[in-house]
Design a binder for this molecule. Structure first.
Ligand SMILES: C[S@@+](CC[C@H](N)C(=O)[O-])C[C@H]1O[C@@H](n2cnc3c(N)ncnc32)[C@H](O)[C@@H]1O
Length: 202
């Protein structure tokens, strides 16, 4: 007999993994939606949610230990605008997020898959960009950061070839944007991160 894991506090467990989520039923209040893909230990999502209580935040992460950490962090901080989904990022974009439902999508410090034979595993390529365009609202934004120079160039190239999103400038301190756990760790090691910001073309 298989046993079903009880959900964590603030965990979003879809009723149906094959239909778009009824997002309003999972959040207490209506508000702009921001999605953090591969949220890791969740520092970024939690700080954003604390700073923007009027917005809703969906953190997506495939590792259970990290999901638990973010859920408990949200509970400890009393954040009612955070939900955590344990699922694969591209599947979430392609199958669960309704069309035109997301204000901002964050992809921060994702695995760069540096070996050429692994490049096909990189998230940032055409199917991802098509899914991003589909779920973003008009003028919704994608924000991306990496410390990996070659992956950054790859992303710039893929973005440049995709007409559904237009690149925007992103000045440091242009708006509140807390550092992620990996960013803090990598910057302490002397690494430099680069960012890309793009908007859905209307
Ligand atoms: C390098 S960490 C970055 C975490 C966080 N964004 C940060 O900057 O601190 C990448 C995270 O993405 C998660 N991840 C990698 N591929 C994923 C996928 N396809 N779907 C969901 N999560 C994924 C990993 O488990 C890991 O927690």
């Amino acid at each position: 007999m298989t046993s079903v894991r009880p959900p964590e506090p603030n965990e979003l467990v879809p009723l149906d993994y094959f239909s778009p989520l009824d997002l309003a039923s999972y959040f207490n209040k209506d508000g702009p939606l921001e999605v953090d893909l591969g949220c890791g230990d969740g520092r970024f999502t939690l700080e954003m949610a604390e700073n923007y209580p009027e917005r809703n935040f969906l953190a997506v992460e495939r590792l259970l230990g990290r999901v638990r950490k973010v859920c408990r962090g949200a509970e400890r901080r009393g954040l009612e605008n955070v939900r955590v989904l344990r699922l694969e990022s591209l599947y979430t974009l392609e199958w669960l997020l309704p069309e035109g439902s997301v204000d901002r999508l964050h992809l921060l410090c994702p695995d760069p898959w540096p070996k050429v034979k692994h490049h096909r595993r990189r998230l940032f390529q055409r199917p991802f960009l098509q899914a991003v365009q589909r779920v973003l609202k008009q003028k919704g934004e994608l924000l991306f950061k990496t410390d990996h120079e070659e992956y950054f160039e790859w992303c710039e190239e893929h973005l440049g070839e995709f007409s559904g999103l237009e690149r925007l400038s992103w000045e440091e301190d242009e708006f509140f944007y807390p550092k992620t756990d990996f960013q803090i760790q990598w910057e302490a090691e002397g690494k430099h991160l680069q960012g890309l910001r793009a908007r859905r073309v209307v």
